[in-house]
Design a protein around this ligand. Structure first.
Ligand code: MSK
Length: 553
């Protein structure tokens, strides 16, 4: 599962990096570099000389050096992105343990080889091999996130809406579902051009793009596109009878969608040649013809709109305001309103004085083993009442957005007094006329690296390792292989990491012990498996208190 997760995130990252290389050579006119400052910051981070180079040349060099993380054959050299993004102390520890990958592809391949019948059968060795795969996942997601920001813009706070009520019966509704923003970004651009065509077809309000899963998170945080739903309820968007097309790319797409679509007029459109579904229309996407593909997809949706059966339309009137788009840069910008010279200082001071007890990152999916979205809310409310700052990504972010925990009212209602005071101080200084939202939306599941960037900055600032910080992670509904990879690197970088679903390891007492106590000794991070969300919330509060004691604060 760790290898599959690493492969999924890293293929996504490779796709982005290869596209950026082509942009650097001027071969993809539909795309451009939208965040030049970030491009140069990354170039510096990766030790790339930019002197006298054109911006596109720098983009090419950044993409090329990034792709070395898929090709390096020297076992003594680690991946560039891990070395550039984790604290030195952590990189040293992982290196001593032999847990650092030297090459993403080779690491995935090695895991597949060593788990073949008759190979690695020593539990700790298998576990550490898996951890290398998980760290390859971290590397793949870091580069995917950061290069996406360069190409599509670094998210900053934007107000939008979430839940199934964002589907509008008077518009041509197109859902973008999956993970990779390469096509959805262009669909957002081209939809503006084709709006009048939709009106001519009878859609009073033109085209309404809505998001599902993590492609939804990507376009929500960069363009304020409303989120219809997250993983487990993706079929429900079709059941409204008003979804004209669902366009999918990669990962977490239910193969049942075309069958559900057949009960209505909905076009289910696959776009990646390596991700097709029986019964779906396939429109092959390649960056070179991104605009034509986007036009074809949108035209399909407009045509489908004309075939709608009004008697089948039933859109539940549920939606919530959500303030989203808190990249690590956006958090630093918000903090800089309090201290322009040293933006981290207000955060550090409030953690040290206890106004903020700690930080929790919610990551991961929905699972059929739980009531959808419920445990996220229970754990978050417990932590918020105990003055813990909350961050979220992926379908966890979707859960909070849909249920009204990503707005100012939620902060007023659920945050403990000192947390509320800090969020209000930052929000007011940022011109929001009130607090920051209760849960900060950091992006899609590939964007978990954003939270690590923030945690690394905190650790470096305090001169400690990540495992010393009062920072925890929680995946209450972990389901996919990617979620297992994320949780595993969370442990490897030192975070106590809660899982609300039981991982498939309980057949071995040795591995079960290794994940919990054994991992603690090796990494400082460890798994906390707890299926009861009330108990899980309290356990995480206790962990944060213990970490504070360890720091003497
Ligand atoms: S989509 S990996 S169900 S978060 Fe990113 Fe959601 Fe988990 Fe898929």
């Amino acid at each position: 599962m760790m290898a599959a997760g690493a492969a999924a995130h890293s293929e996504h990252g490779r796709h982005i990096a290869l596209a950026m290389q082509k942009i650097g050579k001027g071969l993809l006119p539909a795309y451009r570099i939208r965040d030049e400052d970030k491009l140069y910051r990354i170039a510096e981070l990766l030790d790339i000389d930019t002197l006298g180079k054109e911006m596109l040349e720098v983009a090419y060099d950044v993409a090329t050096k990034t792709l070395e993380d898929y090709q390096n054959q020297d076992h003594h050299k680690g991946c560039h992105w891990i070395s550039a993004t984790l604290p030195d102390k952590r990189v040293d520890l992982l290196s001593r343990l032999g847990a650092l990958p030297h090459n993403i592809d080779a690491t995935v391949s090695q895991i597949m080889a060593r788990t073949h019948i008759g190979c690695d059968a020593e539990p700790k060795n298998v576990f550490l091999g898996g951890i290398r795969g998980a760290l390859a996942d971290f590397n793949g997601m870091s580069l995917a996130t950061e290069l996406s920001d360069v190409m599509f813009g670094t998210p900053s706070p934007v107000v939008t809406e979430a839940n199934i009520g964002v589907i509008d019966k008077d518009a041509v509704n197109i859902a973008v579902n999956g993970h990779n923003p390469l096509l959805s970004e262009i669909i957002c651009d081209i939809a503006r051009d084709m709006n009048d065509l939709a009106k001519e077809a009878g859609a009073e309000k033109g085209i309404n793009i809505v998001g599902i899963c993590c492609t939804g998170n990507e376009v929500m945080m960069r363009h304020g596109v409303p989120l219809a739903t997250n993983y487990l309820s993706q079929e429900m968007a079709i059941l409204t009878g008003a979804l004209d097309a669902m366009v999918v790319d990669v990962q977490c797409i239910m193969p049942s969608l075309p069958q559900v679509g057949n009960c209505f007029h909905t076009e289910v459109i696959t776009t990646m040649d390596e991700n097709k579904m029986q019964g779906a229309r396939h429109i092959s996407f390649h960056e070179q013809n991104a605009v034509e593909t986007a036009r074809e997809v949108i035209q399909c949706a407009i045509n489908a709109f004309t075939r709608r059966d009004p008697n089948k339309i039933n859109i539940p009137n549920v939606k919530q305001t959500a303030v989203v788009g808190f990249s690590s840069e956006a958090v630093i910008t918000a903090l800089s309103n309090l201290d322009a010279v040293d933006p981290l200082k207000p955060l550090v001071d409030n953690i040290v004085n206890g106004n903020i007890q700690g930080v929790a990152l919610f990551a991961g999916c929905n699972s059929t083993q739980t009531v959808q979205d419920e445990s996220y809310q229970i754990i978050a409310k417990t932590l918020a009442a105990n003055n813990v700052l909350l961050l979220a990504t992926g379908c966890g972010a979707g859960a909070f957005a849909k249920h009204g925990l990503m707005n100012q009212q939620a902060t007023e209602q659920y945050a403990g007094d000192s947390l509320k005071a800090v969020l209000t101080q930052i929000g007011d200084a940022a011109g929001l006329n009130g607090p920051l939202p209760l849960v900060l939306h950091m992006g899609s599941c590939v964007d978990n690296s954003r939270a690590v960037t923030l945690a690394t900055a905190l650790a470096n600032r305090l001169g400690v390792d990540l495992c010393d910080l009062p920072v925890v992670a929680s995946a209450p509904e972990a389901m996919s292989e990617k979620a297992i990879a994320i949780a595993s690197w969370g442990v490897a970088i030192g975070l106590p990491t809660h899982l609300g679903t039981i991982p498939q390891v309980t057949g071995s007492d040795v591995v079960t012990e290794l994940m919990q106590e054994g991992a603690k000794d090796l990494f400082g991070g460890y798994f906390i498996v707890e299926t009861d969300p009330k108990i899980a919330g309290n356990k995480l509060v206790e962990v944060i208190k213990a970490k504070r004691q360890g720091l003497g604060i």
